[in-house]
Ligand binder design. Structure first.
Ligand SMILES: N[C@@H](CCC[C@H](N)C(=O)O)C(=O)O
Length: 285
């Protein structure tokens, strides 16, 4: 059986999307199938897979599952969520610009902005720990955020820094300290005026540096706010792809300036024409 696979990116973070509303593939997806779908033909490998399960046009409500390229699932993907919302809008005639997204069973609200932007609302983080000079944040996926100025001397060094090697050498010690296996690691370098933060993320489930990580951007904004590194509530972050992400922190000024929610905004677009994938041979045609 042949299915159509769409190619999307959110701030450069690359995804494949399959519409499984007719139930052509059995849910949850087989690990080998997920891996094969992410190994694209003539395109760089996808950094995640989204599966459309259901779409209610009248309620503007959509249901998707997200998978990492290694087949693991159940975690939040900020850029994937934004692509899912745009994909839903392009797959049906949604009544509203405010979309309810159910991703891996968790509910999020998102707003379509212009032709290719999405602002995704996230609930307050589930866990936050300041450990030595780094920060652990759980926003539905697990992140270690490192102030890159602790490990490099300049912004040039930041871009040259061997993130993959650093992650491979240090992730086990971070995993032991927080007691969580599926950690993502972001290094973040603020500009001198702190208006912009450059970020690079090594992602769990991809086991490589990705072009961008939405929840990594959100976690960086939270970590830098809590540590007083930045004080503005609208934070612009430039990931590896150079496609800017904006995080808005919703601060409760009446209660000790606590963060009560976050919004992640950036582009989400279909990159190229769809591909055909043969499920029986698990190959792109
Ligand atoms: N790219 C994502 C994060 C996806 C989840 C991550 N790989 C994990 O396993 O935690 C994003 O945009 O948030």
């Amino acid at each position: 059986m042949v299915i159509e696979v769409q190619h999307w990116s959110g701030a450069g973070n690359r995804f494949v999307i399959v519409d499984n509303r007719k139930g052509m593939i059995s849910n949850p997806l087989d690990v080998i199938l997920v891996r094969s779908l992410c190994q694209r033909k003539d395109l760089p490998a996808a950094e995640g897979l989204l599966v459309l399960l259901d779409l209610n046009e009248t309620d503007s409500k959509c249901y998707y599952d997200f998978y990492n390229p290694d087949g693991s699932t159940g975690v939040m993907c900020g850029n994937g969520a934004r692509c899912a919302v745009r994909h839903a809008a392009s797959s049906g005639h949604l009544e509203r610009n405010l979309i309810e997204l159910i991703l891996n069973g968790c509910m999020y609200c998102a707003e379509l902005i212009g032709n290719d932007r999405v602002a995704l609302r996230l609930p307050v983080y589930k866990d936050l720990r300041l450990i030595e000079s780094w920060t652990y944040v759980n926003v539905g996926s697990h992140h270690v955020v490192i102030d890159a100025r602790d490990i490099v001397q300049s912004i040039e060094d930041f871009h040259r820094f061997d993130l993959i090697r650093f992650a491979q050498e240090h992730l086990n010690s971070y995993r032991k300290k927080v007691g969580i296996e599926s950690l993502n690691l972001t290094i973040a370098y603020p500009t001198v005026d702190q208006q912009i933060v450059r970020i690079r993320t090594y992602e769990n489930g991809v086991f490589d540096e990705t072009q961008a990580c939405g929840t990594g951007a959100v976690s960086t904004a939270i970590a830098f706010w809590i540590r007083n590194i930045i004080r503005q509530v609208k934070i612009q972050l430039i990931p590896t792809s150079q496609r800017m992400l904006t995080v808005h922190l919703d601060i409760n000024t009446e209660r000790e300036e606590i963060i009560q929610g976050m919004t992640l905004e950036g582009d989400a677009r279909q990159d190229t024409t769809s591909s055909q994938f043969d499920i029986d041979s698990m190959r792109y045609l």
